[in-house]
Every structure is written in C-alpha cells, then in structure tokens.
Design a protein around this ligand. Structure first.
Ligand SMILES: [Zn+2]
Length: 458
C-alpha cells in the first residue's frame, strides 16, 4: 500500500488543495481525502503539482531509431510519406528481436519521462526477415512486453493484422513480409501474445489492430470485427490523400464512410489519423464516440494534413494523442502542435478551449480521458477505482514558478523547453522520479548500441 500527499492536485472536479491518496498493491486508487493533512510515511510531493498521466494511444516503438534519418529529398526531387516508408522497410531488413526490445524500452522510457503513463503499441513486425515464423510466433510481441517490464509503462498491446499490399490485393514484398499473416496464423500470433500480456501485470491489455483498409480485405476484416470488436480495436483510417483515393476508387466511398456503412463502430475503437474526412464522416465519428487518434508531431513530420479538432471537440467528439513514428517523444509538444495546427489553419487563438478552462487544460483533460478509453484502461482521472496513472509538474521550475491552476498546464505545454515533468506513476509503479527514469542508464546504454548497429547497416 502507498500513501501520497500533495498540496496541489488536479481531480475530476478541478484543482484541489491538500489531497491524500491511497493506492493498493495493484496500483489502484482506493481512497482520496480532500483538505487532508500530511501524515508520517506519506510520499510528500512538496513543490510539485499532481495530475493524471494520459495514455499514448498510438506508437510504433521500433521507428524511434529512424528519427532524423529521412529528412532529405528523395531521388524524385520530393520527399513524402511513401519515400519515408521505403527507408523504414529497409531498416526492417536488419531488426532482430533483441533490437525490438532495446528500442521499445528506450521509447517507452522517453514516453514516461514526458508524462505518458501507458502506451497502445500498434505492433506489426511479427516475423523473421522473409516472413518465416519465429519458434514462438509472438516472439516480437513478447519483446515489446519485456521492454514494458523493464520500463514499467502500462501496455495495451495491439497485434496488427496486415495481409496485402493494397486494396487491389497485390502481394506483400521485401520488408513487408515481416508483417504478413492470414487469419488462422494471426490467431496463433495473437494467442501467444495474449499469454505474454497476461503474465506482465494486471493493468496490461491486449486488443487488435487491422492495419488499414488497404492492407486488410473485407472478408478478413469481418472476421476480426467478429472476434475482437469488443476489445480495443485500432485502425489507420484516413492519413494520406493517396490512400483515400485508393479506397474511394475501389469501394465507391471514402474510408471512414465505408467503415461506418459496414460496421457498428464502438467507443472502444480508435480511428488513427482521421485526418481527411468529409462532413458526413466527421458526424459519424463524433456520434459513435469512437476515439479520434491524433498524432500531431508525426502528422506534421510526414506532411499528412490537419485534423478538424475544433469542430470535433465542440460537437463532443472524443480525442487522444499518440506518438506514432516517435520522431520525437514529448507529450507537451504533441499538445502544442495540435493546438498550433488549428491556429495556423483557422487563423485564431485559444481554439481548442472550453469556456471554463484554458487551452492547455482543455487539451489535457480531453487526451487523458480519450487515451484511457482507446487503451481499454481504467484511468484518465485521479479517481477511486482507477489505476494510479499520474504525473507531477515541478512548480519550482523557472517556467512554472509562482503559477497556479490551468496556467501551469499552459506554461508547460506552450512555454517550456526543458521538461518540468518530475514524477510519473503507471498503475502505481513510480518509474520516473525527479525527472529521471529509475532504469535510465541501462536502457540508454542498450539503445545506444542497438541504434549504432542498425544505422551502420542502412
Ligand atoms: Zn501509425
């Protein structure tokens, strides 16, 4: 059992003073005392503000090691998502299970240090180079699980179903063979991954991720929805204009419309990169209460486009943020770019902003709730019965000194370079303490060796 005392806490009802929390051995919050006094033995958060810590709802952990390697023009004179993808595939020619573990542990450590408590890992590198199965068909998933054991991050694992190279049914080739499953093989991979997840911790979850409408034939998607539609169910949906045209040409309607016409889209579903939607599709997404999975830094890096977040949230739509390609991992910067993309597009200020809250607070509250929903995780707020997914901001940081309430969030999100995130708990695991991950040295050393090897082979 753990007891924590903090002078400043963001509870569901708002900023509250002098709060004492109790957590049980599974990392669940069992009591919250308001107007409390600190008692002997309490973890004392003097000089820190305690907040919920959101879930990173979309990550491809291994791509962290590719950051910065694709910022040149391609041979055709223009770089794009598709030339970036070509380099990512050649990177996969050399990625071993040990590499997967080392890179994921590093990325997860950075996620925790920036304020995320958990990650929904959209995992698709299942097989050996060339496509042969490992002795354990979920070997690569289990490496992500081992990384989470070391980093202490909460894990919602999402084995990806990827079957074809395009909606016309063209076959997968080269680096893509590491992703390929048919339905019966995928069930084997998923069951083996599930065993690893269940052995990890009581807050771990497993869902499923059909990669995209272009990579999954309709009859296969039918089977996945039937088997897994009640679990966290994530799909890349409308990221690139070229893929929207591909679906429109094949199915007669754009992808989000097609998805809603064919399936009962649930609140447990996460539509990742719902970037290019027509008005009817926007309406479907809002009314279904499915989560719009936004990855502002990656979407900016890849030149995807801008999600209509202001309209979506004004109408009560659900959102969360993810780090996706992990080009850089920063919760504050993710939220900053989300708001700035709206400002640049709509030529206004304080756009994602409810009347009673500041911009930073509106964004932060929304992604806490949406992230937990997408990950199937009992969290998103400091509340009895929720996992203790929490973070602190160091209010003695020069950028935050003297500030209170929502302004703390605004200054953190819009005004800081060095991160004032001081502590992070994931389901009660206190993995970041005074700004440092407790296994930082070992994780960084492993990653340094791995990244150097992979980069030398490109
Ligand atoms: Zn993605």
């Amino acid at each position: 059992m753990t007891r924590i005392f903090a002078e400043t806490v963001l509870l569901p009802e708002g900023w509250t003073s002098n709060v004492r929390l109790q957590l049980d051995g599974a990392g669940v919050i069992t009591s919250i005392e308001r107007n409390a006094a600190r008692q002997e033995g309490d973890v004392n958060l003097k000089g820190k503000a305690l907040l919920p810590a959101p879930v990173n709802l979309h990550s491809h952990g291994f791509q962290r090691a590719l950051a910065g390697l694709t910022e040149r023009k391609g041979s055709g004179g223009q770089d794009s998502f598709w030339t970036w993808r070509t380099l990512m595939y050649s990177f996969l020619e050399n990625l071993t299970p040990e590499d997967t573990q080392a890179i994921n542990a590093y990325a997860q450590m950075e996620m925790l240090q920036s304020g995320y408590s958990a990650v929904a890992e959209f995992h698709y590198t299942h097989h050996q180079v060339g496509g042969a199965l490992y002795a354990n068909p979920a070997e690569q998933s289990l490496r992500v699980v081992e990384a989470a054991r070391q980093s202490g991050i909460g894990l919602t694992h999402l084995p990806v179903y990827y079957n074809q190279g395009g909606v016309d049914g063209r076959v997968l080739q080269g680096g893509q063979l590491r992703f390929k499953n048919d339905i019966s093989q995928f069930f084997r991979v998923w069951e083996a991954a599930k065993a690893g997840i269940e052995a990890l911790s009581s807050d771990s979850r497993i869902g499923v991720a059909p990669h995209s409408l272009r990579a999954v034939p309709k009859d296969h998607l039918d089977e996945l929805v039937k088997a897994f539609g009640e679990k966290p169910f994530h799909i890349h949906i409308a990221e690139q204009v070229a893929e929207i045209d591909e679906i429109q040409n094949a199915y007669g309607v754009p992808p989000v419309q097609w998805l809603y016409e064919n399936y009962d889209v649930q609140p447990g579903w996460c539509l990742v990169h719902a970037t290019h939607l027509n008005d009817a599709e926007k309406d479907h997404l809002i009314r279904s209460r499915a989560v719009a999975g936004l990855c502002p830094l990656t979407e900016a890096n890849l030149g995807d486009g801008i999600f209509d977040c202001v309209n979506h949230m004004d109408q009560g739509g659900v959102v969360g943020v993810g780090t996706d390609s992990n080009i850089s991992i920063s919760l504050a910067h993710e939220l900053r770019v989300l708001e700035y993309s709206q400002r640049l597009n709509l030529k206004g200020r304080a756009l994602v902003c409810e009347d009673e809250k500041s911009t930073g607070r509106t964004l932060f509250d929304a992604v806490c709730l949406g992230g937990a929903q997408a990950a199937g995780r009992t969290g998103g707020a400091i509340e009895i019965g929720n996992f203790a997914d929490m973070m602190t901001l160091d209010v003695t940081h020069p950028d935050l000194e003297g500030l209170k309430g929502d302004t703390l969030l605004d200054s953190w999100i819009f005004g800081t370079q060095s991160d004032p995130v001081s502590d992070v708990w994931s389901a009660g695991r206190h993995m970041v303490q005074n700004g440092q991950h407790i296994h930082q040295q070992e994780i960084v050393e492993n990653y340094r060796r791995t990244a150097a090897k992979l980069r030398s082979l490109l």
